[in-house]
Design a protein. Structure first.
Lengths: 184, 184
DNA sequence: CATGGTTTGTACTGATCGGTAAAGTCTGTA
DNA sequence: TACAGACTTTACCGATCAGTACAAACCATG
């Protein structure tokens, strides 16, 4: 009756896509079961904490991805300008040029924000902090760097909202081009 | 058993606040009943279409507010710089300096986007268009005006996301100051 | 082939969802 | 005072929700 094919780690990206598409409340166990192909038993076997644990795992997965691909290079690269350019490209890729939504941003506006407040705050605080360090290394004064980093992160999130609202990915692409030009 | 005190129009701002706080899906009829003090019968008397009609009414109410207070002045004012400054102040007030969320933006990121796609698109398209006209009147070239308007609207939305995520209204205030400085 | 822990399918629970039905109470008009 | 329509209360509907229980089936060990 059972096949031991799937691993917990393999399910998380699928869950991420589900939360992205349906939101936390909209991602019912029925939907999750359909999209993952897993029954309730399997889901609760891998995530005894239920939906909340699934979402936590997704947020942690996202955090790891951004830490490895974006935050750490920004903080530690010897070539900060290259790291900033790489961030812009990575972000554009990650959000599929505006077709994809930021789960963390969506959670922040949702009424589930309080439940995941820590992870949401970390995501944005780390991003702002890492980018500010990168900008300092390219010659910006500390205050100015933090300000510009905050503006940039907000701009990316706003562009995702606007692109989705106007149903026009080009909005996001234009925003990323403006951002890259201003940062470098 | 009944009192004819409430008017439909009086309920809409309450509904707006509910959708702001709970989102569309999170705003159950139980919550709506509690917060409005109205029973299911009354709610369906005023809004035969149920939750969907309530949300539509809220979106229309918001559209009217922005049209009167922001879009039209931007498009028609003889003093465009003053209209832009007024927009910044009105926006800051409207969003309670970052403590309040944009319902339309939240809907755009939610999985209910498709249901209200028209109203959501209108809200942002009208804003961008009106601001672009205002910016043209202050001397910007048409292309540049549209670009700057789009960036500004995205910036405001992003600042709301970030302020809520970091639980720090000052993020929004700083964004609005940057915006005002750049526009004028 | 046997065994035992791991993984899975299915049926179920109680709660809550959005929405409906109908009987009741109020108020303006004449 | 009588009536009509506006408004409200309450109980209820089927559907769906997240989560649980448990037996069946798997697979890596012996």
């Amino acid at each position: 009756m059972a096949k031991t094919i799937t691993e917990r780690a393999d399910i998380i990206p699928v869950l991420a896509e589900i939360f992205r598409e349906y939101g936390f409340e909209g991602a019912s166990l029925a939907v999750i079961g359909d999209k993952t192909g897993l029954g309730r038993g399997s889901l609760y076997h891998f995530f005894p904490g239920g939906k909340e644990e699934m979402a936590t795992a997704v947020l942690h997965h996202i955090d790891t991805w951004f830490e490895d691909r974006i935050y750490r290079p920004l903080r530690e690269s010897d070539d900060p300008a290259a790291a900033i350019g790489a961030m812009c490209r990575a972000v554009s890729d990650y959000f599929h040029s505006g077709c994809r939504i930021c789960v963390v941003g969506a959670f922040a506006l949702d009424n589930v924000r309080d439940r995941f407040a820590g992870a949401i705050l970390d995501y944005f605080a780390k991003w702002r902090h890492a980018l500010a360090i990168g900008l300092q290394k390219t010659g910006h004064a500390p205050d100015q760097a933090i300000d510009l980093a905050e503006e940039t992160v907000a701009n990316i999130q706003g562009a995702l909202v606007l692109a989705r609202a106007l149903d026009d990915p080009a909005v996001f692409e234009r925003a990323m081009q403006r951002i890259e030009k201003r940062l470098l």
